[in-house]
Structures are given as structure tokens and as C-alpha cells.
Design a protein. Structure first.
Length: 105
């Protein structure tokens, strides 16, 4: 096997374009650099979440005006509220406070 290796040519059969390695780092950094554009899917999810939270808040506020609130229905509302994400809970509380302020005018 060593004799076979000795018979092989020592010249490199491949060539590299001139300046390839000089520009390689810059090209690589451009490829792996984070993109600064926002994901459209992320925006859709955000707006959908906000719409659902606003709809729930509106439904809860309107339902309170229609029916007398008893302990059982309040517990159900509280359980539903606790299942929301922290962001949606915060949004609902803000909407409730705004609605309360509007009622006081």
C-alpha cells in the first residue's frame, strides 16, 4: 500500500479562485448575521392574541351588565381568566379599568 501512495502524484488537482479566502469571512458573516425584519407570522399571532383578549374582555363586561353576578359565575370567570397568558390577563385588566373609567364619566 505504501508503494501505491508513493506512485501517486503530489500535485494538487484542484484550484481556488483568487481572493476566495480573503472574502470568505465577510461572506460567511453576512449569511449568519441575524435578520432585522420581523416575522409576519409573529405579527399575525400577536394581533390574533390581542383580538381574542379584547373579545373576551368585551364579552365579560357585557355579560356582567346582562345578568346578576353570583358566586358560581364569578368562579367560572376567574377560572377562565387564570387560564389566559400573563400578557392577555394584563390586557384584560387594562381594558376593564378603561371601561370602568368610561362608566364613571
Amino acid at each position: 500500500m505504501e508503494k501505491d501512495l508513493e506512485k501517486m502524484s503530489k500535485t494538487m488537482p484542484y484550484t481556488v479562485p483568487e481572493g476566495f479566502f480573503d472574502e470568505m469571512e465577510e461572506r460567511l458573516m453576512q449569511e449568519v448575521a441575524p435578520k432585522k425584519t420581523k416575522s409576519k407570522a409573529r405579527n399575525v399571532v400577536l394581533w390574533t392574541s390581542l383580538a381574542v383578549a379584547a373579545s373576551l374582555a368585551l364579552l365579560l363586561v357585557l355579560r356582567q351588565g346582562w345578568h346578576k353576578t353570583d358566586d358560581a359565575s364569578f368562579e367560572q370567570v376567574e377560572m377562565t381568566f387564570n387560564q389566559l397568558s400573563d400578557g392577555d390577563q394584563q390586557l384584560m385588566l387594562e381594558l376593564f379599568e378603561e371601561m370602568d373609567e368610561l362608566d364613571n364619566y
